[in-house]
Design a protein around this ligand. Structure first.
Ligand SMILES: [Fe+2]
Ligand SMILES: [Fe+2]
Length: 320
């Protein structure tokens, strides 16, 4: 086939060091083979996998290429401003994420479990960043309260840790759980400002009802955005339901609660206990938090989930 008639693609080079600093790739990024052909290494918007980069570096690859069309598109003032603003938001998220994972290590999670949770978290953040509607909603959530983002990321990571001992959990399920954890309180966006703090003990019955609506409004928002699988929307809808019917907003009993929401709901409570301990300056660990929950609150949660928590305590996922 003649090369005439093919669009001419010109490329620009980018150093390995530059690429290393990205969370996601702003371009379709290529590597040049010895025979002069280009192969795609990262698609536009996909997470930059540092381990993969290290492998390329070990093979002597120090330069990557982006097509000029992509670079030109970002070369306008608006494009550059959009990239700068999205990069600073991503940087902020990256920093919060690092704090969350430092916490996780300090809480006695084994290195393998930590690495797995971190890898899943990166994929999931990539999914949010890649979808314009979802990343816009998450940015608004981030603006409402930066502390809630740290909480959301910790719940997401904790959900991944908790299912280390659940053999039915496949990689795609891990992603749904972690995404559900990250978005569980996204419905807070629909609450009046003074209710966003969420101290239920200080609310009037009417305010409490409005606050409890954040689970359903989160689900409705995600359904409207058409940006996540139904399972994720159901995690958000049911994250405050408890197996004994004591939860909200619907007071659903065990079998009516989405199976993944049972795990994220539990992760949410463990993280809230951890946050209270941290605020009070008390030393704690995932092991202590899980033991405390099994001893005093097991009846509020699904029996199989509690069984898995016991298996988690006996496994290597947590340090002794
Ligand atoms: Fe919530
Ligand atoms: Fe929460």
């Amino acid at each position: 086939m003649s090369s005439e008639g093919r669009p001419r693609i010109t490329v620009k080079s980018l150093s390995l060091e530059q690429v290393k600093t990205w969370v996601t790739s702003p371009y379709n990024l290529y590597m040049k083979l010895q025979d002069g052909r280009f192969v795609t290494v990262f698609r536009i918007g996909s997470p930059i996998d540092q381990e993969r980069l290290a492998k390329y570096a070990a093979k002597g690859v120090t330069t990557f290429y982006a097509s000029e069309q992509d670079l030109d598109q970002l070369g306008t003032e608006e494009g550059a401003a959009a990239v700068a603003s999205s990069n600073s938001k991503l940087d902020a998220l990256e920093k919060i994420s690092q704090t969350v994972f430092d916490d996780l290590l300090a809480l006695g999670v084994s290195e393998a479990t930590y690495n797995n949770a971190k890898a899943v978290s990166k994929i999931v953040r990539g999914m949010v960043e890649k979808d314009p509607k979802l990343s816009d909603a998450f940015s608004k959530f981030q603006e409402v309260a930066a502390g809630d983002v740290r909480h959301a990321m910790t719940v997401s990571a904790m959900s991944t840790v908790l299912c280390s001992s659940m053999d039915w959990v496949k990689p795609s399920t891990y992603e749904n759980l972690a995404l559900g954890g990250l978005l569980h309180d996204i419905g807070m966006l629909s609450l009046p400002k003074d209710l966003q703090d969420g101290d239920l003990t200080k609310m009037s019955p009417n305010d409490r009802k409005i606050f409890e609506g954040h689970a359903e409004s989160g689900r409705a928002l995600l359904i409207q955005l058409k940006a996540v699988p139904d399972d994720v929307a159901m995690i958000v809808a049911h994250h405050h339901e408890r197996s004994d019917g004591s939860g909200y907003p619907l007071g659903l009993k065990d079998i009516y609660i989405h199976p993944l929401a049972r795990i994220v709901g539990l992760a949410n409570e463990l993280v809230e206990s951890f946050e209270a301990d941290r605020e009070a300056g008390r030393a704690t660990s995932v092991r202590l938090l899980v033991e405390g929950l099994i001893n005093s609150q097991a009846s509020r949660f699904n029996r199989d989930v509690i069984k898995s928590l016991k298996a988690l305590l006996a496994s290597d996922a947590l340090k002794r």
